[in-house]
Design a protein around this ligand. Sequence first.
Ligand SMILES: NC(=O)c1ccc[n+]([C@@H]2O[C@H](COP(=O)([O-])OP(=O)(O)OC[C@H]3O[C@@H](n4cnc5c(N)ncnc54)[C@H](O)[C@@H]3O)[C@@H](O)[C@H]2O)c1
Length: 335
Amino acid sequence: MIIEAKFDSPWDRQNSMKKKIAIIEKIHSDGLELLKKNQDYEYELITDVSEENLIKKLPEFDACTLRVSKLNENILKHCPKIKVISRHGVGYDNVDLNYIKKKDISLLITATANAVAVAEHVIYMMLSISKSINQYDNEVRSGNFKKNASKIETLELFNKEILILGFGRIGKSLIKRCLGFDMKVKIFDPFVSEDMIKKFGGSKVESLDDGLKSCDYLSLHVPLTEKTKNMIDYSKLKTMKNTAIIINTSRGGIINEADLDKAINEKIIFGAGLDVFEKEPVDKNNPLIKNNKVLLSPHSATFTNECKSRMSLETTKNIIDFFENKIDKSMIVKI
Ligand SMILES: NC(=O)c1ccc[n+]([C@@H]2O[C@H](COP(=O)([O-])OP(=O)(O)OC[C@H]3O[C@@H](n4cnc5c(N)ncnc54)[C@H](O)[C@@H]3O)[C@@H](O)[C@H]2O)c1
């Protein structure tokens, strides 16, 4: 669906100067090529994302792309020209929403680009943990081809129950893959109807506690907000099966990390796969990185070649579509 962008007066291509786009942090070249080919835009790559440098550089730009660095009020108040921020991704907890709402700055996301890559990452983590991939690999490399192999416990996804927490773009992409493994899929998302969940082949649980009690796998796909922060803490973990495996590719902080480490060490749950952390880059002293029941990746679920290209293209195309008043509604964050 196409909607009008928020402008006081429509952009007049004939009389306007080129729009200046700040590319905050490097993105795949495909998105930059799109801007290069379009004579109405020019861009500059900003790699120094310190607050000081952003305050110095950003005031001259009409729009910017944004990966993981923070755009807070202190930076944005120096940017009177900025009309739109185009996130390279779908989460936007790094942008000061109150401020951009006040200043009528639009926020765009790459709504269609990354769900598949994240869903595949969840499957990879579930399989890797269940099949003890790292341990087997290690055994072969250290010359123990058969010595311990039969003692290493492994599991199948077949017939297991997964609770998908949050049934948006990624949750919907994940369910198809889980059903391909003949898993039983339960969904907890109070904002999605039972009919919709049934249509996708899942069953809706009305309370998080009900879903947690019976699941073998829990995968998180909710945004980080005041409401979802620490949504999975020790009291929730204690209600889960002691064989349960948790995958978090959503945002650090939705699971309380200290509680997760404690629950794994106390064998309250079996283990976890984490792509995201409360503090990124992850702290060297974070106990989870020493916990061998935890599989880690560096917030890299979307780092497939295909996804990097799609996200970069969608990020810059969104800016062009915005200025040309043809932005798709699904790309705009309602604040
Ligand atoms: N690891 C990565 O690289 C990576 C990549 C993309 C997205 N993400 C994260 O994944 C999150 C989900 O992405 P998406 O594209 O599926 O988002 P989405 O907005 O399409 O879906 C989020 C879903 O969560 C539901 N929800 C919100 N609050 C809830 C609550 N309290 N309880 C249950 N459900 C709730 C919403 O109803 C919605 O259906 C993003 O917010 C982002 O933080 C991480």
